[in-house]
Design a protein around this ligand. Sequence first.
Ligand code: SF4
Length: 375
Amino acid sequence: MAARTHTGMRGLAAVPSYVVMQPTTLCNLDCVYCYLPLRAVDKRMPVAVAEAVAAAVNPWAAAGRFSVVWHGGEPLAAGQEHLAALLAPFGPEVEHHVQTNATLIDDAWCAFFAEHGIRVSVSVDGPRDRNGERVTRGGRPAYDRILAGVAALRRHGLPFSALAVVSRPEAGLATELYDYFLDLGCDVLGINIEETEGVNTRTNARDAAAVTGFWAELVGAWRRDPRIHLREVEWSLRYAGAVLAGTADDVLPRRLDPIPTVAQDGSVVVLSPELAGFTDPRYGDFSSGNVLTTPLAEILAGAGRTPWVGEFLAGVEACRSSCPYFGFCGGGHAANRYFELGRFDGTETEHCRNSKIRLLEGVLEHARDHESPAV
Ligand code: SF4
């Protein structure tokens, strides 16, 4: 697992595997840990932005699997009519996803998802008493509205993923959450330990043993009933298996996926959607161009020359040469470095400790404790 053996993640790939689109800055909720700076403002993406993105994306999708992820704000707050107009320029090969708080989902939205072949991912943090930080603009719990949206998805037989934020890892929580999501009916689950990002300045420094124990417990819960694809755990097991097979260097992509986020105004921020909407005296607005004036492929071809991106790539090299977890992690996320360290060429962050290092250690702890061939 020595860092120097890992040769992936050198520079940016010319073609991403997906694009994140922001149909509106607005969100109808006001979650306590939210990082979005403009979530109270309704700035909608002009159709011309979607047309410009589709001009690049349609040939990529014709050549191989390609997704557009509609993110926000709350993407459904853009309304069906406007979202349909933004979807129209994309060809039939493009896979569409929405990341939604689910509170606006009703029968009409379910029909819309089915008609447009949109895959839904719901943000929900667990049962009612674990979900207290997802609140409306008036500060009221959003839980019942989230569940009503999920019930509509189930009524219509639409499969969905779930994404949960964990703010306080503690013994028993992983099992409780996993059982909850089994009942909820999602087929994929992602778990994010809360991050210090954007306008969320709460610390994400956590007790190491509690976080490692959380991940270890989650592996145990999943192995007892692995009906849900558990994003972080399956990825960890794949990496651990590759280490044992001597193929760990094949796990990371050869180049970093640029993951362009196209903000509502057409500006493009690569690598970290969380940087969109922010400015910094040193780095400007973090964007690498605007699709209304420059084709997306051209923006991505030059993105490595965006000053902060060059600094981040130097940080990835610093991780490669110093961190034993590099082959699993690939150098972490740009936004976590920026919001925690104030720059992009540092290495360890609280985020990578919580979500990469302790994740892998938790998986190994589970394997050790159970003396089984889990990995
Ligand atoms: S981001 Fe953190 S875990 Fe990932 S390679 Fe860098 S130091 Fe290691």
